[in-house]
Ligand binder design. Structure first.
Ligand code: SF4
Length: 161
């Protein structure tokens, strides 16, 4: 491994930047994610920060069951995050659609749309579970943990399916 690649992996592991995509969430998971930034959990001291632009992010954190109106935007955002990237499903909604399963406005769960690397279960998950999920995502980014196998029907990462 070249020195530059090693340096980039260290930076990703030590300071992953997150882009949060709300794909139809009730906002419960979103509030818990924001709680991670408050002084009680203070994830920024660990180098983890929320980034407003997907183009500068390493990790996409998706909340919500993926609705018809958010699906296309989600794929666009996925294409805008530079490779390598990791997708985190935040809460039970992106994993299973949860209480929104069966709704005609829902096209999820998320793994029908994007390749999900890390699941953080809960409705909503607690901040410590979210931080553990982000740490797992950072380990995948840095190459310290293998990426799960994804099916080929998910988006290619180049901006569309
Ligand atoms: S998992 Fe629960 S808290 Fe999170 S978006 Fe779904 S319903 Fe809301």
């Amino acid at each position: 491994m070249s020195m530059l690649k090693s340096l980039m992996n260290t930076a990703r592991r030590r300071s992953p930047w997150l882009f949060h995509a709300n794909a139809g969430s009730c906002n419960g998971c979103d509030i818990e994610l924001v709680t991670c930034l408050t002084p009680r959990y203070d994830v920024e001291q660990l180098g983890i920060r929320l980034e407003a632009s997907p183009r500068h992010a390493d990790i996409i954190v998706v909340s919500g069951p993926v609705t018809r109106t958010t699906c296309e935007a989600l794929e666009t955002v996925y294409g805008q995050v530079p490779n390598p990237k990791v997708v985190v499903a935040l809460g039970s909604c992106p994993a299973t659609c949860n209480v929104f399963a069966g709704s005609p406005t829902v096209v999820g769960p998320l793994d029908r749309i994007l390749p999900v690397d890390v699941y953080v279960p809960g409705c909503p998950p607690r901040p410590d579970a979210i931080i553990a999920g982000i740490a797992e995502a950072a380990a995948i980014l840095a190459g310290d943990k293998p990426r799960p196998v994804h099916n080929s029907s998910q988006t290619s990462g180049e901006g569309g399916r």
